[in-house]
Design a protein. Structure first.
Length: 394
């Protein structure tokens, strides 16, 4: 396989109730990525776009082909990918394989969602399409319900008093909001305290409002190309996609023997580690799927950064902060940056690439000496995509 470089990046602001359509947001991020690559739209050979709810929130299918046509990427293959919240990362993985195989040299990858137009009730219902419609949603379960159950199971499994676990989880939200303040694209610009998290409105006990990420509108995009093409096009410090992993599971109830761990995550991470020869301790910075505060603990442990049941202690010690063992979600994560589900994986790619390029200094969030970054995106009950990015193309 050929080495694949992330050449250019684009990102809209993540927000509530954007006045732009999904097609317009995707076009905006894509143009920025193409310009950042020193290319023009005619150089793009194919496009891979993550989008989940366009047909529901706007009555708009095929956002990929309309956005590509609007920006001048005429008549190219433009394909939409859907894997619930992992849709953007899955699109990146697919684009990577087409370039690595030698079939294409320069491609566009992106993701977009306009979820807030639906309002909370319909958005919650449509997000639940990532569950089993008969046996899970049909019994009244929503994703806040799932992660509330996982929180209780986590406390029981690892013999943690629920009150202490909630305080540890609150530290996730506090850290995310701290860094969200420094993200120019972030949705939530408000620092919070542990006490404010614990006293925020109950959503699904034991989860409170500040344990949950928001609904969001927004888009992100990147241009991927072969290493040979990158050398001819750009003098920027190259960042490579060096490892990919993808695994899936069935409905949550079918995973009961393994919970609160998610087997698909551990398998996907193992694939990306094996592809690069790296271990968890080699990763310098990570963007993981923190849709709920407990999800950060489950993900960080599943990726091998901390022992099962110990992630809360790691956040207490600052091990997940800049200067700690493994800086996590320095973008503000889904919690503060926002979570337009089709765009989330590509947004994670954007931020890890910026970190590895050393371009986050002006925002005050640069992880010094970062050479290896990891992306973790969870879709639905258990579709998990992991990517490892490097500065040396291992």
């Amino acid at each position: 396989m050929r080495k694949v470089v992330i050449l250019g990046l684009g990102h809209t602001k993540f927000c509530f109730n954007s006045p732009k359509t999904g097609v317009e947001m995707l076009a905006e991020a894509s143009v920025e990525a193409i310009l950042d690559s020193n290319l023009n739209p005619r150089d793009i050979q194919s496009a891979y776009i993550g989008n989940v709810l366009g047909t529901f929130c706007e009555g708009q299918a095929t956002v990929s082909q309309f956005a590509c046509d609007d920006i001048g990427c005429l008549n190219i293959p433009a394909i939409r990918y859907e894997g619930a919240c992992a849709s953007g990362s899955i699109a990146v993985r697919e684009a990577f394989m087409w370039v690595a195989s030698g079939f294409y040299d320069v491609v566009l990858v992106g993701g977009v969602e306009k979820a807030t137009a639906m309002g909370t009730s319909l958005a919650t219902r449509t997000f639940c399409m990532g569950t089993d419609s008969k046996y899970e949603f049909g019994t009244g379960l929503t994703f806040p319900g799932f992660f509330a159950l996982l929180t209780r199971l986590y406390a029981t499994q690892y013999n943690l008093p629920l009150s202490r676990l909630k305080e540890q989880m609150a530290l996730v939200s506090v850290q995310s909001h701290k860094y969200g303040m420094k993200n120019p694209h972030g949705q939530i610009k408000q620092e919070i305290s542990v006490d404010e998290v614990l006293k925020s409105m109950p959503v699904c006990t034991p989860l409170n409002l500040h344990d949950c990420c928001p609904f969001s509108d927004g888009a992100a995009a990147a241009v991927l190309c072969s290493e040979e093409a990158a050398r001819k096009i750009s003098s920027k410090k190259p960042v490579y996609i060096s490892g990919i992993g993808l695994a899936t599971s069935g409905k949550m109830s079918s995973q009961y023997k393994y919970l609160p761990r998610l087997r698909a995550r551990e398998l996907a991470a193992q694939q990306s580690y094996q592809m690069t020869g790296f271990k968890p301790e080699d990763v310098d910075v990570c963007e993981l799927h923190d849709c709920f505060s407990i999800a950060s603990f489950i993900a960080a442990e599943g990726l091998g950064f901390f022992e099962p049941g110990k992630a809360g202690e790691a956040w207490e010690k600052g091990d997940a902060d800049i200067g700690g063992k493994i800086p996590i979600n320095i973008s503000g994560g889904l919690k503060a940056k926002g979570h337009p589900i089709g765009a989330t994986g590509v947004s994670q790619l954007y931020h890890i690439t910026k970190q590895l390029r050393g371009e986050m200094e002006e925002n005050g969030v640069q992880v010094d000496g970062a050479r290896v970054g990891m992306i973790d995106t969870l879709g639905g009950d258990g579709c998990i995509c992991n990517l490892i990015l490097t500065t040396d193309g291992i």
